[in-house]
Design a protein. Sequence first.
Length: 318
Amino acid sequence: MNLSIIIPLLNEQESIPELHQWIVKVMIAHNYTYEIIFIDDGSTDNSWTIIENLSQEKSNVKGIRFMRNFGKSQALHAGFAKAQGDVVITMDADLQDSPEEIPDLYEMITKQKFDLVSGWKKKRYDSVVFKNLPSKLFNWAARKTSGVQLNDFNCGLKAYKNLVIKNIEVSGEMHRYIPVLAKNAGFSKIGEKVVKHQARKYGESKFGVSRFINGFLDLITIWFLSKYGKRPMHLFGAGGVLMFIIGFLATGFIISIKLIRLYSGYKTVLVTENPLFYIALTAMIIGSQLFLAGFLGEIILRTKNNEERYKISSEVNF
């Protein structure tokens, strides 16, 4: 099979039929063998009914329905687990991603041998204040932190080798960092393609301020995981050692002053009257806490179970 097209969605009943027709038109024009996997992330409208109807008409239209809204990352994870195509395309269901881009993305994976190709919506039709400017700031921070030189981490239109999606774990809100996850997994040939951004035709944007804030928090998380995810003691232990050194140096200085005063005949003062005493005490307490955090991280890493992150209520054509 040439292509698996994975489409996570939430309340997109108006867009699904039109998007399906558009994709089929492109697939027929290029003679691709394909499957379309819709993941209904807890829609409250008629999205699932439409997916079921399409799946009855076309055996290559498949669907996964979550019991409630678990998030885009979980939807992609479920789609990745089911995808069978040699090349996997992800796109949004709101018609802002154009299926006309799929052939070029497919060629970049199969002929130019990229592991992953990310779309870049260079010209956008979103709000400048609430989406464009925050997105530019976010992408700049993501480039600096991850070392992956992409202009648009948030673009949902991406192409992957099947091997890539089978070797990365997308969880939490990490879908926007899939290129970083791929790089950390050893897939270094990551490309980018300028793609068309369509104005939203139906419904409302799911973007909010919380998503922007969560994006930066996730960026910190993935930086930590990429550097210390397999060895948390290296980070917390180093911090603990530093705190202990500061504490011991401060303690040594206090003892030295005490002895000098004692043997020189000066009046001695209580240790607790010296501000360095509290610095030493605080440093040692913080050092102990950092060591404890490192030990707990190592224990959790070695005993963790792969818990189910979402619940599926229905599947069609699998």
